[in-house]
Write a new protein. Structure first.
Length: 668
């Protein structure tokens, strides 16, 4: 499949739109806040989409008779300009698909994506353009890398295939995009409500449920958004209540999504076969940092070797906690999957006197956002100030990003903080507009989360920092070409800049910045923060093992042999210490691999290796402005125009390694 489709990451989900296409005329310089387009109805969406496609087709025609030039810059600039045109229209639409409250508009933006995918897939099979790329002579390393990216894209889209296989590649791309959209829609528009009596909600903070709608029997009806489901799973004393919420959450997407996932896996395997590859994993991974499926399997094996014993220890501690809670013997005690969150939280409270819910009083959501902005000011030398715009919902806001030293506008960030019906229900960043110094174009990104209006837990503040890491990767990029801007990097590197910032919440010096933005907010006691840091390590074996399982499942599903998604998951999960729960359907909600992370979910762990190494530069002081500016100027500014290994060498002053990662895994 084309690597230029919308790409998404789940759990702490990052999304970006990264196609390669072109506009013949350079765009005018515009060092100002990006104005997000307003759509009153679906007809306006369709009209804008049609204009975009007409422009793209006209400009493709202009490439059929190019002016003779051996300078790659001319051709690369022309090609990148089409990315600018694409992003002008479909970039913001991609975000609206997941956040707009009007279904007709969401359906129209999805329809536009399908139309664009058809154009883009066909364009990347244009032999005349490919021939020009083959003849182009790059003048520097940036042009050379972009040229190679383009050649890879054309070749991976089938430009060199026979006509019948080219046609099949187009059909597979179109159908895969449609199926992926449908998969995501089933999750996003899931209206499941789980009924609980007040007694069943004992232990759950009342703010989570007291204002919820009730059914005819007076039971509270709770949705599956994580500000609701997580507190139930971690705090409900009733095991039956936890089980009902867990089963409902693990059934999102349902049987229909299992069928879609099977179809997607089959189509991807067929697509790889068009190019002579035995598996989709082999086809995809040759373009990644990892280089091959064998390298990824070796890495995942090393992770499993380190954490499997720790997982068993973690589970034995949870079992002991459950036995003590229920006042029964260990022999009669079994830890179920819906027990994990509850007894992990309970054990953390008992061992470390830490309860995630107690942090909500310290972190009001609006002030938490300001805190993150303040961190960016200190570390990266940028400021974010509110910009007045009418957006898709009253909760959505715009912020202008400026360089502190010069006052220059760098880009625009859009933020949508709170849950609502039909909104994307996890946490994500859409990097929908890339910078281009050549075109005088500034970037824009949309940060979407679903936080409790009463306040954030420390873990949710961690999530906000993670997503903000993706946003600054986009907004502080200064690449020559939009197609290489910000998060347009190799997939197994893209999570590193966001994961690096996660550890910042445990640093007292960093958390002291809260008083700068909220003098009236009660500061987190240093001893509580220290306890939370130690508590964070508890259960790490279970967490990392779960990530290793997700990554291994993804590779197996996209391996050379066709697999039934549910049967494969039941078998693989069944081999873990907690086993598989009959009736649960985790793959039906595994949006990562239905979208752009197919054969790439391992990238979370792979990127974490890089993130841990990046943190070593900030070991002495996480607010070291000198190191922060150097990080901004190397890792963030260069986006995808420099290879990750080279960026890391420049920033760290040495080749990157996995020492910090495996040291962190072993840390108790």
């Amino acid at each position: 499949m084309s690597r230029f489709a919308v790409r998404c990451v789940l759990s702490r989900l990052f999304c970006a739109v990264v196609p390669v296409v072109l506009v013949l005329a350079a765009l005018p310089a515009a060092a100002q806040v990006y104005a997000f387009p307003a759509y009153a109805d679906a007809a306006r969406v369709a009209a804008d989409c049609d204009r975009m496609l007409a422009d793209l087709k006209q400009q493709e025609s202009g490439l059929q008779k190019p002016a003779p030039s051996a300078d790659a810059r001319v051709l690369l600039t022309t090609l990148d300009a089409l990315t600018l045109r694409y992003e002008d229209t479909l970039g913001p639409m991609a975000l609206l698909t997941s956040v707009h409250p009007v279904k007709a508009i969401r359906d129209a933006t999805e329809a536009c994506e399908l139309k664009y995918e058809a154009f883009n897939s066909a364009f990347l099979q244009n032999a005349a353009v490919y021939a020009q790329l083959k003849q182009a002579q790059p003048t520097d390393a940036i042009d050379r890398r972009y040229l190679q990216d383009l050649l890879n894209a054309f070749e991976d889209s089938g430009v060199g295939l026979p006509a019948d296989k080219q046609k099949r590649a187009l059909d597979i791309n179109a159908e895969s995009t449609r199926l992926s959209q449908e998969f995501s829609r089933h999750i996003r528009e899931d209206k499941t409500l789980v009924a609980f009596t007040e007694r069943e909600l004992a232990g759950v903070p009342p703010k989570v449920w007291k204002d919820a709608k009730r059914d005819e029997q007076g039971r509270y009806l709770l949705g599956l958004d994580y500000p609701t489901s997580t507190p139930v799973l971690e705090n409900a004393v009733s095991a039956a209540a936890r089980e009902r919420m867990w089963r409902a959450y693990l059934s999102q997407g349902g049987a229909d999504n299992l069928k879609l996932l099977a179809q997607l896996a089959d189509l991807r395997r067929e697509y790889a076969g068009l190019f002579g590859f035995a598996s989709y994993a082999d086809f995809v991974l040759r373009r990644r940092m990892a280089g091959s499926e064998a390298q990824v399997q070796q890495f995942l094996g090393a992770v499993k070797e380190v954490v499997w014993q720790r997982e068993l220890v973690d589970l034995s501690l949870l079992r002991a906690a459950k036995a003590q809670h229920l006042k029964q013997g260990m022999g009669a005690t079994v830890v179920n999957r819906w027990d994990v969150g509850f007894y992990t939280a309970r054990a953390r409270r008992a061992r470390y006197a830490v309860d995630e819910e107690q942090f909500r009083t310290y972190f009001p959501p609006e002030e938490s956002l300001k805190f993150v902005f303040r961190l960016a000011e200190k570390l990266f030398g940028v400021s974010l100030t509110a910009a007045q715009q009418t957006l898709w919902h009253a909760d959505a806001r715009a912020f202008e990003v400026r360089d502190q030293a010069t006052g220059t506008t760098l880009g625009t960030l859009f933020v949508d903080l709170y849950p609502r019906a039909d909104k994307y229900n996890h946490a994500a960043v859409w990097s929908f507009r890339g910078v281009s110094t050549l075109a005088g174009r500034l970037p824009a990104a949309g940060l979407v989360v679903n936080f409790n209006r009463q306040g954030l837990t420390l873990d949710e503040l961690d999530t906000l920092l993670h997503e903000f890491g993706h946003a600054v990767h986009t907004l502080l990029s200064t690449t020559r070409y939009a197609s290489q801007a910000g998060t347009s990097v190799q997939r197994d590197f893209v999570e590193a800049p966001s994961q690096m910032l996660e550890a910042w919440v445990f640093d007292p010096k960093v958390m002291a910045l809260f008083k700068d933005v909220c003098p009236t907010c009660k500061p987190v006691p240093p001893e509580l923060l220290a306890k939370a840091k130690r508590a964070k390590e508890f259960g790490k074996g279970i967490q990392v093992s779960r990530q290793q399982l997700f990554a291994s499942y993804d590779l197996a599903l996209h391996g050379k042999d066709a697999q039934d998604p549910m049967a494969l998951w039941a078998r693989m999960e069944g081999e873990t210490p907690l086993g598989h729960v009959s009736g649960s359907m985790f793959p039906a909600g595994f949006g990562h691999i239905a979208g752009g992370y197919a054969a790439g979910y391992y990238g979370y762990l792979w990127s974490y290796v890089v993130a841990e190494d990046l943190r070593t530069a900030f070991a002495a002081d996480k607010l070291d402005a000198k190191v922060g500016r150097r990080y901004r100027a190397t890792v963030l500014a260069n986006g995808g125009q420099v290879a990750p290994d080279e960026l890391l060498q420049q920033f760290l002053g040495r080749p990157t390694d996995s020492k910090a990662f495996f040291k962190a895994l072993k840390k108790q």
